[in-house]
Write a new protein. Structure first.
Length: 248
């Protein structure tokens, strides 16, 4: 097989699957792993894929840049709003609820009806809106991260460790079968991980564009949370996670 043919097959496979290991590509191409590694290095230098440990990821799948929250608020708004409305309907009188920062979780606030539940958030704007709406709300202390307006850092972690939530509603930047739920920032990932671990049950709110994307930091495996989405890819995700498609 000519080198150009191998390159085309590699890129087509990554476009369809998002990621691939050197071993998988070696079997697909019927070429040695040494040959595959050389091909990946060349394609990475040309900016056609991202090299990752043990393999490669498509440019589309490997997110490295995070937009400011103000730029993401209008993206997929109708889908986010339907997901958030379903999530809000799940809250009961005796719930102690964690609401993660993020644009999808923010959409829950206009749909919240339960004033007997207690809410805690690391989103500054979330807290302000909850307070103005008349809910009982707590906010953790720590460093305010400009890109997402989320409270992060060791102080925030220590604050979360005091609490035991009945439900946590989380945002995510990407969902990958191999990498789980991911986000670009280490400190924000630490907050998310802690909230999931401190909650009896956790829900990740994510529209369909978040699937088959991976960012640098994993905050939970797929089986740690139920996914609430407008629609999900068939097959590999449902094998690893509980998924509720709110439009169904």
């Amino acid at each position: 097989m000519l080198a150009q043919e191998r390159y085309q097959i590699i890129l087509e496979h990554l476009s369809a699957e998002g990621t691939a290991t050197v071993g998988q590509l070696s079997a697909l191409l019927k070429a040695s792993e040494a040959t595959v590694r050389r091909d990946l290095n060349l394609l990475a230098r040309e900016g056609k894929l991202n090299k990752v440990f043990g393999g490669a990821a498509s440019i589309r799948q490997m997110g490295l840049v995070e937009e400011h929250v103000s730029l993401r608020e209008s993206l997929m708004f109708a889908e986010k709003d339907r997901i958030a409305a379903y999530a809000a309907s799940m809250i009961r009188d005796d719930d102690f609820v964690y609401i993660d920062s993020g644009t999808t979780t923010a959409c829950m606030i206009p749909h919240l009806k339960n004033f007997k539940a207690t809410y805690l958030t690391n989103g500054v704007d979330h807290a302000r809106r909850l307070l103005r709406a008349g809910f009982t709300v707590y906010v953790i202390g720590g460093r305010l991260r400009p890109a997402t307006e989320a409270v992060v850092g060791s102080g925030a972690i220590q604050g979360l460790l005091r609490y035991n939530f009945t439900k946590a509603f989380m945002g995510t930047n990407g969902i990958s079968p191999e990498k789980g739920f991911t986000t670009p920032d280490v400190e924000e990932a630490n907050i998310k991980q802690c909230a999931v671990e401190r909650s009896f049950v956790s829900f990740v709110l994510a529209d369909h564009t978040k699937f088959n994307r991976a960012f640098p930091v994993t905050f939970a495996p797929l089986d740690a949370c139920c996914i609430l989405t407008d629609r999900a890819p068939r097959g590999k995700f449902s094998e690893k996670a509980v998924i509720k498609e709110v439009d169904q």
